[in-house]
Design a binder for this molecule. Structure first.
Ligand code: SAH
Length: 199
């Protein structure tokens, strides 16, 4: 085993969050605790070490860098936001990681991988954003670990089954969102999210 889960979480807590979060892109970073648990589960299933891992909507790179720390053979992150990618690249440099970060809309990604890890937009600002990410992930890899709003688990399951896939695992987490955008009414809000493994 390369790194303990607790140490992974501590390392991922050092990945910077969005400098200037953009509401339209639903830029909410994955908390280190959820990222570490999700990635460790993927690692334990043999889906990270030595594998090509792709992170769709990578933001500042927390999932990409976690996969790299767990021994992924190659890591590629895609995001449409150049500012977030710049932060991800700086962080990768500071960690000594060879993860690659590429600017593209998710719909333009043609690359394939062994495993996709992602925390995509939940589709609250742009309708169907979550659907585009799910479809692209299923086009790109046999194995997917993805974060969604818990209330959409049925939709995610059906979407996977429509494509001959199955949600083989799901786990619910509480995701604390601090007051980030002007339309947020409270200091922080807790949202139930679900991490699914689609195969
Ligand atoms: N995966 C990161 C960021 C989650 S926030 C993390 O776990 O912390 C969702 C990310 O999706 C943001 O970085 C946002 O810029 C990106 N995004 C939103 N719409 C996108 C699109 N159409 N194509 C590519 N990336 C997109």
């Amino acid at each position: 085993m390369r790194i303990r889960k607790k140490d992974l979480e501590i390392a991922l807590a050092k990945v910077p969050v969005f400098r200037d979060p953009k509401a339209a892109l639903e830029q909410y970073p994955t908390p280190a605790s959820i990222a570490a648990d999700m990635l460790f589960n993927a690692y334990s299933n043999g889906d990270v070490e030595g594998m090509k891992v792709m992170d769709l909507g990578c933001g500042t790179g927390v999932l990409s860098l976690g996969a790299w720390m767990l021994g992924a053979g190659m890591v590629v992150g895609y995001d449409v936001d150049p500012d977030a990618l710049e932060t991800a690249r700086e962080c990768a440099r500071s960690f000594g990681s060879d993860a690659v970060f590429i600017e593209s809309d998710v719909n333009g990604v043609a690359e394939k991988a062994d495993t996709v890890v992602m925390n995509p937009p939940f589709g609250c600002q742009t309708r169907r954003a979550d659907r585009d990410f799910l479809d692209k992930a299923m086009d790109s890899a046999d194995c997917i670990y993805s974060v969604h709003k818990a209330e959409t688990l049925e939709f995610v399951t059906e979407r996977a089954e429509d494509r001959g896939r199955r949600v083989v695992y799901n786990k619910i987490y509480k995701y604390e969102i601090p007051h980030t955008f002007s339309f947020h009414k409270s200091v922080k809000r807790t949202v139930d999210v679900v991490v699914v493994n689609i195969r």
